[in-house]
Design a protein around this ligand. Structure first.
Ligand SMILES: *Cc1c(COP(=O)(O)O)cnc(C)c1O
Length: 457
């Protein structure tokens, strides 16, 4: 075992391939359905939104997909990212456990999201795309795609959830600095947005609504605009596996192997990014690492949702996928982890959870900020509220190991820093945060709006 604290790889260690879990997953995901016909989706439907290379990756079952050299060159701005042993946190907890974290907050925009934004912009550039549309909640995905589109000379329209647009001006300005156009969703630019505003001019938006607007703008553009998505779909999860591939090499440098891997889940991309390469080792190499997905009690899609076919967006324009869902009509509570407020979960994460290959746990908002502050004080890095969900469970695991007198090797993904989330920390420090549990009756109610699809689908 190494006595180092940081485990740094060279540029030459940057992975050459992304890992496609669908090649090894014992549970093949259900087909993706067209929201209008409810039949299996065709490449023609998807080609309205995505370039062909992305569509091929979305449906691929190849185990490894080569990372283009142009993408690797840009990854080198911040990759490989450090793996750090949280020695000061271990000491503060007085635990026999060893805690490691993969630090994805060192990317230029402060989160893991450029890992997929860069290849998405690249494949669009190669396909001749001049403009893209996307949605963003708190602005992390929007900032990542703004940076990537700027690098490749692609115009970008970002539909930003209105409440965040008003409350979080700094990420909006960040996106605008890269040259993106940012609109407060619901907007009057789309049919769907206009219909919502006619009903309620005060509508503060949701991620599901912003997705609908970004998809409508691309679909109605006659092929001139393509759409980029920050999580949930297979190709996004694929791109994020650089995190876990690097972490495997770095754990080797540390001379240890994780007993448990922890990641927060919004749509599931940073969790699967770190976990899937280790799942491969479980399936192929006889390892027994536990993989734990952490969600807020306010958006408990895995722990309380239903495994069913549902629309990816509120307006029922996005494809229907089989996933753990709270219903596409879900309106999230105003918790501060904006990146975790999606109603559904990635289909591959859902299938693997359903079959018992991964675990899930929900944590409350105040407990999460307790952990965030403990981590900030011990390790110096102020985490994103999303990432703090993983920290909460990493600390719980370390305390459990202590109670049982066990050595346990814990690895979690620090998906981002929280420098744009100071109002959340201010609320916590002022004692103004509240816990919120999404009520069972709201889930039951929302299930009435699930699409009716045939059983074989
Ligand atoms: C977007 C985001 C998440 C949640 O999205 P996933 O696709 O589940 O990873 C988590 N952490 C940070 C910092 C984010 O920006």
């Amino acid at each position: 075992m190494s006595d180092q604290t940081r485990f740094i790889l060279n540029e030459t260690d940057l992975p050459r391939n992304w890992y496609n879990v669908l090649a090894d997953s014992p549970v093949p995901p259900a087909p993706v359905l067209n929201p209008m016909t409810k039949e299996a989706i065709t490449p023609e439907f998807l080609s309205v939104l995505f370039p062909m290379e992305i569509i091929q990756q979305e449906v691929s079952t190849e185990r490894y997909i080569e990372i283009p050299e142009e993408v690797r060159e840009i990854y080198k701005l911040y990759r490989p990212t450090p793996l750090v042993r949280a020695r000061r946190l271990e000491k503060a907890l007085d635990t026999p456990a060893h805690i490691y974290y993969k630090n994805e907050s060192v990317s230029p925009v402060g989160s893991h999201k450029p890992n997929t934004a860069i290849p998405q912009a690249f494949y669009n550039k190669v396909a001749g795309t001049k403009a893209m549309t996307t949605e963003t909640g708190a602005g992390q995905w929007g900032a990542a795609l703004s940076m990537a589109c700027n690098f490749f000379g692609i115009d970008l329209e970002v539909y930003m959830v209105k409440i965040s647009y008003n409350q979080k001006p700094y990420r909006r300005i960040f996106m605008q600095t890269y040259g993106a156009q940012v609109f407060a969703s619901p907007t009057d630019r789309t049919e769907y947005g206009r219909a919502l505003l006619a009903k309620d001019p005060e509508n503060t938006g949701s991620l599901g609504i912003a997705i609908s607007e970004a998809v409508e703008m691309a679909a109605a553009s006659g092929g001139t605009k393509k759409y980029g998505i920050g999580s949930v779909l297979n190709h996004v999860l694929l791109h994020q596996t650089v995190i876990g591939e690097e972490a495997l090499k770095q754990m080797d440098l540390a001379g240890e192997y994780p007993d448990v891997i922890i990641g927060c889940v919004g749509g599931g991309s940073n969790f699967s990014g770190i976990a899937y390469p280790f799942l491969r080792q479980n399936l192929k190499d006889g390892q027994r690492t536990r993989l734990v997905a952490v969600e807020p009690t306010a958006t408990p899609s895995l722990t309380k949702g239903v495994y069913a076919f549902d629309y990816g967006d509120t307006a029922q324009m996005a494809p229907i996928v089989k996933m753990y869902t709270l219903g596409h009509t879900f309106m999230p509570a105003g918790i501060h982890a904006g990146g975790l407020r999606y109603h559904g979960m990635a289909p591959s994460v859902s299938a693997l959870y359903d079959a018992g290959y991964i675990e899930a746990v929900a944590v409350s908002q105040i407990g999460t900020f307790d952990a965030a502050v403990q981590f900030t004080k011990a390790e110096g890095i102020l985490p994103a509220p999303e990432s703090a969900h993983a920290i909460r469970v990493a600390i719980n695991e370390a305390l459990d190991a202590k109670a049982k007198g066990e050595k346990r090797v814990i690895l979690f993904n620090l998906s981002g820093h929280g420098h744009f989330d100071m109002t959340a920390y201010q609320s916590y420090l002022n004692g103004e945060l509240v816990d919120y549990e999404h009520p069972e009756h709201a889930i039951e109610e929302a299930m009435k709006d699930l699409p009716q699809v045939s059983e074989e689908a």
